[in-house]
Design a protein around this ligand. Sequence first.
Ligand code: HEM
Length: 451
Amino acid sequence: MASLPPGNMGFPLIGETLQLLFDPNFAIKRFQKYGPIFKTRILGKRAVFMSGPEAAEFILSSHMDCFTWRDGWPETFKVLLGQSLFVQEGDEHRRNRKLMMPAFHGPALARYVATMTTITESYLKRWEEKREFIWYSEFKQLTFDIASQIFLGSHPGEDTARLSQLFTTLTNGLFGLGLRKAIAARNEILDHLTQVIRDRQTRPTNDALSLLIQARDENGDSLSLEEIRAQAMLLLFAGHETTTAMLTWICLELARHPEMLERARIEQSRLLQQTITPMQTGRTQNIIPTSVSPTRPCLTLEQLGNMPYLEQILSETERLHPPVAGGFRGAVKPFEFRGYQIPAGWLVQYSILQTQRSPEVYTHPEQFDPDRFSPERQESKQTPFSLIGFGGGPRICLGIAFAKLEMKVVMAYLLRDYVWELLPAQSLEPVIVPTRRPKDGLKVRFGRRPI
Ligand code: HEM
């Protein structure tokens, strides 16, 4: 008979929860000791951690019927994020995901670029004035401004600042820090959303919320007020912490690798040389208007689709520094993996961090090497489910295209006109909760590039 995998269940009840929360190498150490699957006890539950492309494919695709998302999240997520995509399954999940999809792909995405650009430019100006700052906190505000303006049509200023504060309280609650305050914050956010939705119902605009309100399924039914509020709150939550962490890592790695920074700058300069500005031609089609510096050459949609080296940098950052270190599921059926038997009711985690460091897939996996994604090498292409920073299978991240576009817009502007250097006396070691990021948030000195 198949046995349970190796591992240590830790102390009664609490198991190894503290080690998981405070040791960024919790899973890596145990994978090294036990191999690609080990057992433990966390958050009061018996659990297995699994790593490698084979495990990821098993959980995300071939055996996904053995698992639910709902049972993988702690209670706090169900309480605070309500009936949103994260805790939905089966037909209900499929229907809602389909209704939400148009707001994050195709023509809708192209419309968002102008907002992303305008907000990015206002932050560039602010950073130039500040000169020294912690980039993680700045990116967090930037990405929240973008998300709240695009998802809810909020205007930067008091409303966004208040919402951002409420979200910080909510996120703390999700990770077990101050549930009572987090519930009060959630209620305030829901009240705000109710008002905005009522307003959009009478006066539709171009934001994602209006698209959600107008969306209809095959039967002609729309999402209820309750559903729209829950999904909008999830999008704000899922749509900014992650992008923040990844932008921070990209800027850190480029500061550590000047030769890569230079190559990425050259790619941007080439694109700029081909730029046709509206002033030169009188044409405005596909040119993204900028509000802050009308003299700066505009970023065009064509250019955004033509940045292969920047895309390699994004993929390599996703691989080496995934903001989400792994995804949790609940096993609803017993299952067997690699000769081990796991009972129903256990918690299961597929490790993104460890899978993306598989030496069978990636040469020198500990090194930051964007060229592993070059057309000649394409290391991840030979093995399905080896690059899974956005998850994979039918429930791959809904915001993947949105996030990549946003990061490209921000990075293109940074590469074109700015320099940054790391300040001394800071820890760049990763912490993992709520998203994986450098401990001190990346302190930098920032300025305009000399011409
Ligand atoms: C760099 C940025 C991002 C990263 C690294 C990221 C990562 C992920 C990962 C790993 C998952 C799957 C988790 C699992 O399998 O348990 C996921 C799911 C999801 N993400 Fe993202 N995400 C990012 C940005 C966004 C953005 C901008 C949005 C919203 C616009 C978003 C919305 C979602 C949603 C709704 C799901 C659940 C999809 C479903 O259950 O069908 N994410 N994301």
